[in-house]
Design a protein around this ligand. Structure first.
Ligand code: PLP
Length: 463
């Protein structure tokens, strides 16, 4: 054994020999001698371990320079890879939620490449606050008196609570103690903001009198949270915004709603399920409403607080605002996104999120028909490849129970065993632009709702 291992060790190529090849020299040009040498040293180490532990050479031993090149390409790849989102979830949190409009992309590249008037007003050279210009636009779109922009909606809720009701009681319905994926739980955020949560009502029914009975001299805020990722059905009751606003006015208490996604346009006008609009709550007299920038709004990750000037002023001055504020890239992307809303008739063409959400099943089926034959020809000896109707979801806790009729290419193993599917899904995740589908009911589904580049997808899947 020891002797044959010694023979294997002798087969390992010397680093300085490898460095003399053109293939290695090209990489030295690109990434430097230090990197290439280190990489080859690491390969040597791994090969030695393989011999010592398994008594064999690594499977790439046949071509060290090819392996070096693979490792180099992997290094060059961004950690944030472009992928095909064919999961059927349009606003996929793990895939970065909203895809930006061209207007937003352009605006971001503009502010990245030059100094900008972020907190600088040209008529007087005074330091303004960075949300000012966008706040005006948000007021125009929603009828709010003022607005504040922070890193995300979770931050918006935290800042709102910390400003409006520090050390005080916040009354929330038991039916609305939401947990959003990734550790955002209403009770925990309350605690972090230094508020005391007072739960009222029951899981399925909460009445105005429940809120009213809980009001005392410790109460600092009446709050509603949109149950964005679940729905309570059957014998239910919740207090509407208008009634809550009136109750707040009666007791001179502020009112707030965390809308989660929210939408600045009436989704039903686009044939989509209804989603609450911040402007509706503001006009009902709710003091503060918070929404996400990268959910249905279709912009960058951000949290937007809309509402009464008196409260927004206080929020802007809170020390946490400095920690939660957004940078010029987010502001630029958000401004460009919001400006699209000034011309609503163009939204479905220019805002990718809305374009994908409003794509008809027929259009998506057309896409499926366009690529089906090519995929069948390539994969047909291993899989049943079919075009089938399916249901997409909006995602990111928007409109949780509603599904959008869509079309998918499905792959089912010819041998009826699931193992091949896992392998297929994994192979596609290794592509230069990974293709992400969904495993369900013994098939791998590629929902084509969010596919813009049919040709590119076929090229990728046939490589
Ligand atoms: C999504 C959501 C949040 C968190 O918003 P982010 O922008 O992801 O931080 C908070 N509350 C509700 C109700 C939500 O749906």
């Amino acid at each position: 054994m020891a002797e044959s291992n010694a023979a294997l060790y002798r087969q390992l190529p010397a680093i300085d020999k490898l460095l003399q090849f053109d293939e290695a020299q090209i990489l030295v040009e690109k990434s430097g001698l230090h990197w290439v040498t280190e990489c080859l040293r690491e390969m040597q180490e791994q090969a030695r371990t393989s011999i010592a532990q398994d008594g064999c050479l690594p499977d790439w031993h046949g071509d060290w320079l090819a392996e070096l090149s693979v490792r180099h390409d992997r290094l060059q790849q961004s950690a944030l890879r472009n992928v095909y989102n064919l999961t059927g979830t349009v606003l996929h949190t793990n895939l970065g939620r909203a895809v930006m409009s061209n207007a937003a992309i352009h605006a971001v590249s503009q502010v990245m490449s030059s100094p900008v008037t972020l907190e600088y007003s040209l008529d007087g050279a005074m330091r303004g606050h960075r949300d000012r210009a966008l706040a005006d636009l948000l007021c125009q779109l929603t009828g709010a008196e003022d607005a504040c922009i922070v890193n995300n909606n979770a931050a918006a809720v935290l800042l709102l609570l910390a400003t409006v009701a520090p050390q005080r009681e916040v009354i929330v319905s038991r039916g609305e103690l939401v947990e959003i994926g990734g550790a955002f739980r209403v009770p925990d955020v309350m605690a972090q903001a230094g508020c005391k949560l007072v739960e009222v009502g029951t899981t399925n029914r909460t009445h105005l009198r429940d809120y009213e009975n809980a009001i005392n001299d410790q109460t600092g805020l009446l709050m509603k949270v949109h149950t964005s990722n679940y729905s309570i059905e059957g014998f239910t009751a919740e207090v509407e915004g208008e009634a809550l606003a009136e109750l707040g006015q009666k007791y001179q208490l502020p009112t707030a709603i965390d809308l989660g996604s929210g939408s600045m346009i009436d989704m039903t006008a686009y044939g989509l399920p209804a989603e609450p609009m911040p402007q509706a709550y503001l006009s009902q007299g709710i003091d503060l409403v918070s929404i996400s920038g990268d959910k249905l709004l279709g912009g960058p990750q951000a949290g937007i607080i809309l509402g009464k000037k008196k409260w927004i002023d206080a929020i802007q001055k809170h020390p946490l605002k400095r920690a939660l504020r957004v940078d010029k890239m987010v502001l630029a992307a958000l401004e460009a996104t919001l400006k699209l809303y000034l011309t609503p008739e163009k939204l479905t063409a220019e805002l990718p999120t809305l374009r994908w959400l409003t794509r008809s099943q027929d259009t998506i089926k057309q896409s499926a028909d366009n690529i089906l034959v090519k995929l069948q020809a390539y994969y047909g000896d291993r899989f049943f490849v079919e075009a089938e109707p399916c249901l997409s979801q909006i995602g990111s806790g928007s409109l949780p129970v509603d599904r959008l009729p869509s079309y998918a290419i499905t792959f089912a193993p010819l041998d009826g065993k699931g193992g091949g599917l896992e392998r297929l899904a994994s192979d596609w995740r290794q592509l230069p632009q990974p293709v992400i589908g969904r495993l369900k009911d013994g098939k791998l589904w590629l929902d084509l709702r969010c596919l813009d580049d049919e040709h590119g997808l076929v090229q990728a899947l046939l490589s």
